[in-house]
Design a protein around this ligand. Structure first.
Ligand SMILES: Cc1cc2nc3c(=O)[nH]c(=O)nc-3n(C[C@H](O)[C@H](O)[C@H](O)COP(=O)(O)O)c2cc1C
Length: 360
């Protein structure tokens, strides 16, 4: 499978992608990925995925979802990522990283057993948060409105993190514009109530995402893959819509984004359809249709659990790739099992050779 890039293509061994998943495992709270990340991401690569995308990684310290998130705002973090990238490559997968800023959803407790919900108090390592507009829609401590003067610095921080991701050896970066985090807080009128040029009209609400994409594209090599993850819809008539997602995808394709991943929701209580098998795939299909005149790689995500189901999505042209999250936590060798389920001969099975004698 060849993923388009700004100046050609980048080959993946198959179309099974590990979706980014926060591990909340930076015990030192310094944003430096740990041996847990090495073993976790290395195992997923050994298990046969074409592309392994590492978790939401903050471009600035205050952009972390929790104090235990990974970051890429300094060179110590870059070095630690580089060791992980080397292992992912050695195990046969392309290496991707999701770059993120949580905005009003930052400084929350890790989503792990034993932790409470909500904002981490400053005395326990939390920090004040920013958003497009002050909003209590998330049930966390109120965020301050990001002033215009700070937006330029934020755009630079994204570009700096992208440059470090390149230096660390990543092949793919995915800009996190989904799940109610900062960029989604700008896109969605459910949160964005600004009256300056970053709020109001579609043009204004999408301005920050476009500025970040343009700045990242300046530093990101043209033979690597620049991707984005959207919440394709807020599932609310007065929210961010699928029509807007399709339009923005087309506009970002012009700016050099070639990979699009379609999730949904993240602002307020979930109001979408039942979260069953493949429940978000129609969003990927709509964006794929909108991008049909271009060379793009659109992935479906959400409730994809078997090789047969994944193959159906691909064979019916609804998406170019499938992103797998929870099923990959259950079985890091999901891609190898899916290949076997689909009749890929043993000698062509994508898993690491050390796993060759495993049977199912
Ligand atoms: C443990 C865990 C951590 C997650 N962390 C992230 C993340 O860092 N960034 C992101 O965009 N989505 C994150 N997600 C959402 C997944 O990437 C995925 O979109 C969602 O789980 C639906 O896919 P699935 O049905 O295959 O699990 C996370 C999901 C899980 C289960």
């Amino acid at each position: 499978m060849t993923l388009p890039t700004a100046n050609g293509g980048f080959t993946l061994r198959n179309r099974a992608v590990v979706a980014p998943m926060c591990q909340y495992s930076v015990d030192a709270e310094d944003g430096v990925p740990t041996d847990w990340h090495l073993s976790h991401l290395g195992a997923l690569a050994a298990g046969g995925f074409g592309l392994v995308i590492a978790e939401a990684t903050a471009v600035v310290p205050e952009g972390r979802i929790s104090p235990r998130d990974t970051g890429l705002w300094n060179d110590e973090q870059r070095q630690a990522w580089s060791r992980i990238v080397d292992l992912v490559h050695a195990n046969g997968s392309a290496a991707g990283l999701q770059l993120a800023h949580a905005g009003a959803k930052a400084a929350t407790w890790p989503m792990l057993p034993g932790f409470e919900d909500g904002t981490v108090p400053a005395a326990e390592g939390g920090w004040p948060t920013v958003s497009s507009s002050p909003s209590d829609i998330f049930g966390y401590d109120a965020a301050r409105e990001l002033p215009r003067e700070e937006i330029a610095d934020l755009v630079t921080a994204w570009a700096d993190a992208a440059r470090r991701a390149d230096e660390a050896g990543f092949d793919v970066i995915q800009i996190h514009a989904a799940h109610g985090y900062l960029l989604h807080q700008f896109l969605s009128p459910l949160v964005n109530q600004r009256t300056d040029e970053y709020g109001g009209s579609y043009e204004n609400r999408t301005r920050l995402v476009k500025e970040i994409v343009a700045a990242v594209a300046e530093v990101w090599p043209e033979d690597k893959v620049l991707g984005i993850r959207f919440s394709g819809t807020d599932w609310a008539d007065d929210g961010w819509t699928l029509r807007e997602t399709v339009q923005l995808s087309q506009e970002l394709r012009e700016l050099g984004v070639t990979a699009f991943d379609l999730s949904s929701a993240g602002i307020g209580p979930y109001t979408g359809p039942r979260t069953g098998p493949g429940y978000q795939t129609p969003l990927a299909a709509a964006v794929k249709e909108g991008l049909q005149e271009t060379d793009s790689f659109v992935t479906a995500v959400g409730g994809i659990t078997t090789g047969t189901q994944a193959e159906h999505i691909l064979a019916t042209g609804q998406a170019d790739g499938v992103a797998i999250a929870r099923a990959a936590l259950v079985n890091p060798h999901w891609a190898a099992v899916a290949a076997s389920e689909l009749g890929v001969p043993r000698e062509e099975n994508p898993r690491a050779k050390q796993l060759w004698r495993g049977r199912w």
